[in-house]
Design a protein around this ligand. Structure first.
Ligand code: ADP
Ligand code: ADP
Length: 230
């Protein structure tokens, strides 16, 4: 079975349809790239899957539970315990050191400072950024900042990581290094990844590709296999 499965999602912003019958599923530990041109609905799909934005219709089940039936409170609890997030710009807290940034999700869920920082340092080691642990985000490079954001997104060992253009602000060399480290870390933790990207080189790190066009999804393997429309 799937870890997360969504079927026939529809979502409009006013008269603009962002999702027009999109379906998606991901298994535990799987890395799935969501590709497609700008404006095709990739971010909206990610936000609906993560329960950040409500879909107008359609079903989303996570570990067999209907996400749309959960209360707001239960949904945000689920996001904290089971989901991780990393976006194009790391969105680190500028006042905190890099180590404090990585430790933050653990601190917010009640882990004591020493223990949180010990675990945070392990993740920083995996992402090769322990040397900037005492610096503030404003003092590190774009590639380092993004690796710190990745460490922070994985520090709670989420079952599912939502990554929206995680290398979009980086040059290709730094981007590939971040993807290498991100996918290695996710695989070693058994974390599934929904990876939104418009870059083929980034999608190459995934196990499977899904293409979004005009708010509809298409499985790339089925498409290449000849099952897609002509
Ligand atoms: P598998 O376990 O092989 O991944 P699933 O039954 O989890 O198969 O999903 C297969 C496909 O069917 C997915 O693309 C999913 O989006 C779709 N699907 C069909 N009906 C539903 C439903 N009621 N809820 C969620 N997904 C559904
Ligand atoms: P992508 O991530 O593929 O670039 P988006 O999901 O961001 O696509 O956008 C899909 C469509 O929905 C676009 O037409 C976009 O302009 C529109 N859209 C997205 N977010 C909003 C919003 N908050 N308000 C109004 N329209 C939106």
């Amino acid at each position: 079975g799937s870890l997360l499965a969504a079927y026939d999602l529809r979502k409009s912003y006013g008269a603009t349809p962002a999702l027009d019958g999109a379906s998606f599923s991901i298994h535990a530990g799987e890395i799935v790239a969501v590709m497609g041109p700008s404006g095709s609905g990739k971010s909206t799909l990610l936000h609906c899957l993560a329960g950040i934005v409500p879909a107008d219709s359609g079903t989303i089940s996570y570990q067999g539970r209907d996400l749309t039936e959960l209360s707001d409170r239960a949904r945000s609890a689920l996001r904290r315990t089971d989901f991780g997030f990393v976006f194009q710009f790391g969105q680190l807290v500028p006042e905190l050191t890099c180590l404090e940034n990585v430790a933050l999700p653990l601190r917010l869920s009640g882990t004591r400072r020493k223990e949180a920082e010990r675990i945070a340092l392990e993740w920083m080691e995996r992402l090769e950024v322990t040397d900037v642990r005492a610096q503030r985000p404003g003092e590190v490079s774009g590639g380092q900042g993004q690796r710190i954001a990745v460490a922070r997104s994985l520090v709670t060992s989420p079952r599912l990581l939502f990554a929206d253009e995680p290398t979009g602000a980086l040059d290709s060399l730094n981007g590939e290094r971040v993807m290498e480290l991100l996918t290695d870390a996710a695989r070693s933790a058994g974390t599934a990844v929904v990876l939104v990207t418009h870059e083929v080189r980034v999608a190459a790190y995934s196990d499977r590709e899904v293409v979004v066009r005009d708010g509809r999804t298409r499985d790339m393997d089925a498409y290449v296999g000849g099952a897609g429309p002509g």
